[in-house]
Design a protein around this ligand. Structure first.
Ligand code: BG6
Length: 606
């Protein structure tokens, strides 16, 4: 996934583009570039590396009040200056920035090659610049429409033309694109983070929609050239939400702010009297909710692991079969979509292509799908039939923390809601509500233990690979723990059900392979203890994450204690110390915690 920005107005464009790109850098950060239209035409500046490297390389004089910019997560061609965006036409007249993948780029390139067009990059995007420049249409809009009718794939694009310096033409199909409405100026961005410093009045473009953006405003229209009359909406987000707020890293900020963001998420959604949750956004009444025979949950990365926690909660509280599946796999196995299955799509960004396509697959086959999504107005949120917004606020660090916690709390509320329209008693509902109300304070308790957790992390940071183990409710927690370690400490970390160790993985246990064992105080504690003693017996270093009062006997190993909640909700809390463990291990290793190598905040390409 990449980040694109644009500006047209009465201010100098370059600093606005650079600041916008810096705020979108978590979307891709291997190279960046801008194009600014000035008196002498378009000036294009591109640089491998971070936005700050691009900024440092800009010529002193880069005047112009119209411009576009891009920060890249390479899909076609390595991170080189030639492959960075903007991509331009041979004569430099047309500049294009693009987020997405043009599926038929190779064949279009072949045809242009045959016509003698000289390509300077390996990107799929460059074909767009050449095709726009070679279009016979008399207007820029016409030229872009002409090209869109010839390309297939996903895109959010912004196009500049030296012949039409009074406008930027943008188009969207599958990748997010937002317009920001200012006072005699307009802003363009892949997401809100790049806009909020300037305006909170925004327009989300839909798939198949284009817009002409000028200093005085915008016109949105379809590929059939019908006006789509989009009206700006105000978004509830401010600069503080997207700023570091004095923290060294967004990841630590997002871990530490969980108690307050969770309180905000729970506000007005828990109904003590009926022992249930108010989830009006689902657009499903009790009769419809009762009708579902099973629940299928779809997500990618950490959202998939949260989905596994959610499936267990739904089975425990609503007593209906529930299962989670990676959305990226679901779509291509020609799934059997059943009318009495409730499908749930889970995503922080609401833009992950694999999950968005899975939503479309369910809908194409007539299934009912709701979303658990953090970003308001995002693609997945708008495509689902209803949903639960996570209200975690912007999550900037690539490794998801607070959004994951909000997902598991969203599932607890969904399970409660589904349970209370079935056989879950008011008393049990109230028990879960009391547990949910305790979570913010209990997370605060875990956070006060950070210095100890950091110490334990230092001991793990040097290990080339690690195991994370847990059973039943705790297994998805172990999987998320391993995910966090992989993402930011670049250590090979694998998760196993503790009971599975003796059936194979135990062969790997030795002094250089530590294991983090999730050991809740529940019906399996004794069996878990027996299993982890087999690790110690084979000189495997061990870290235990457990509850107060659980005795680990004579095991002299680092122990992290997490406050006890209701057994169904304990996985929510047991994930928090794993977030801090990964953070502090990566800190000890001096890694770029917010922007780990090879990853992006959400991947809007397949
Ligand atoms: C990956 C991110 O790109 O996408 C992960 O690096 C994330 O952190 C996954 O869990 C899914 O993203 P989303 O936005 O759909 O929850």
């Amino acid at each position: 996934m990449c980040g694109i920005v644009g500006y047209i107005g009465n201010q100098n464009a370059a600093p606005i583009l650079i600041e916008g790109l810096a705020r979108l850098e978590y979307r891709g950060y291997d190279s960046a570039g801008i194009a600014v239209l000035g008196a002498r035409g378009a000036q294009v500046c591109r640089k491998v590396g971070r936005v700050r490297d691009l900024e440092a390389s800009l010529p002193k004089r880069l005047a112009g009040k119209v411009g576009i910019g891009h920060t890249r997560w390479a899909t076609h061609g390595p991170a080189t200056e030639d492959n960075a965006h903007p991509q331009t036409s041979e004569d430099g007249r047309i500049s294009v920035v693009h987020n997405g993948i043009i599926d038929n780029a190779a064949s279009l390139r072949g045809r242009l090659d045959a016509k003698g067009v000289k390509f300077t990059s390996e990107t799929d995007t460059e074909v767009i610049a050449h095709l726009v420049a070679r279009s016979e249409a008399s207007t820029l809009e016409g030229a872009v429409l002409d090209v869109l009718s010839r390309i297939t794939g996903t895109y959010a694009i912004a196009v500049l033309d030296e012949r039409h310096p009074d406008r930027i033409v943008v188009a969207r199909n599958g990748s997010p694109l937002i317009l920001g409405v200012g006072d005699h100026e307009m802003f363009i961005a892949s997401d809100l983070a790049a806009l909020v410093r300037h305006t909170t009045s925004v327009v989300h473009l839909d798939d198949g929609e284009l817009a002409t953006v000028t200093a005085s405003g915008f016109r949105t229209f379809s590929q059939e050239q019908e006006n789509t009359e989009k009206v700006p909406t105000d978004v509830d987000i401010d600069l503080e939400d997207v700023g570091l707020g004095g923290y060294r890293h967004y990841m630590r900020k997002e871990i530490i702010e969980q108690p307050s963001t969770i309180e905000r998420m729970l506000r007005g959604r828990l109904d003590e009297r009926f022992g249930s949750a108010r989830l009006d956004g689902l657009n499903l009444g009790p009769r419809e909710l009762r009708w579902f025979r099973r629940v299928k949950i779809l997500g990618c990365g950490s959202a998939y692991y949260a989905s596994e926690v959610g499936a267990a909660m739904i089975e425990e509280l609503a007593r209906i079969p529930a299962a989670a599946e990676p959305a990226s796999e679901f779509r291509y196995r020609n799934p059997i979509i059943e009318p009495d299955t409730l499908y749930v799509a889970v995503s922080q960004s609401g833009e992950t292509a694999d999950t968005a396509f899975a939503v479309q697959e369910v809908k194409r086959k007539g299934g009912q799908i709701v979303g658990l999504v953090n970003v308001v107005g995002s693609t997945i949120a708008r495509e689902c039939d209803g949903g639960i917004y996570l209200h975690a606020g912007p999550e900037v660090a690539v490794a998801s923390t607070k959004a994951l916690t909000h997902m598991t709390i969203g599932f607890a509320m969904l399970a409660l809601h589904l349970g209370r329209v079935r056989d879950l008693s008011i008393a049990d509902g109230q028990r879960i509500i009391a547990g949910l109300r305790d979570i913010p304070g209990q997370i605060q308790q875990i956070i006060t233990d950070e210095p100890h957790i950091a110490e334990v992390a230092d001991g793990l940071a040097g290990a080339p690979s690690l195991f994370f183990v847990g059973r039943v409710r705790a297994f998805p927690v172990a999987r998320e723990g391993a995910q966090k370690f992989k993402e930011i400490s670049y250590r090979h970390a694998e998760a196993y059900p503790t009971s599975e160790l003796k059936h194979g993985p135990l062969a790997l246990i030795c002094e250089s392979l530590p294991t983090v064992a999730i050991l809740p105080d529940d019906e399996l504690t004794d069996r878990n203890l027996a299993a982890i003693q087999q690790i110690v017996a084979r000189q495997g270093p061990l870290v235990v994450v457990t509850h107060p009062g659980v005795s680990i006997g004579d095991l002299d190993v680092p122990c992290i204690t997490v406050p006890k909640n209701e057994r169904e909700l304990d996985p929510i809390l047991m994930t928090i110390p794993l977030q801090l463990l990964a953070y502090h291990a990566a800190l000890a290793l001096g890694h770029d915690i917010d922007k780990p190598r090879n990853l992006a905040k959400s991947v809007t390409v397949e």
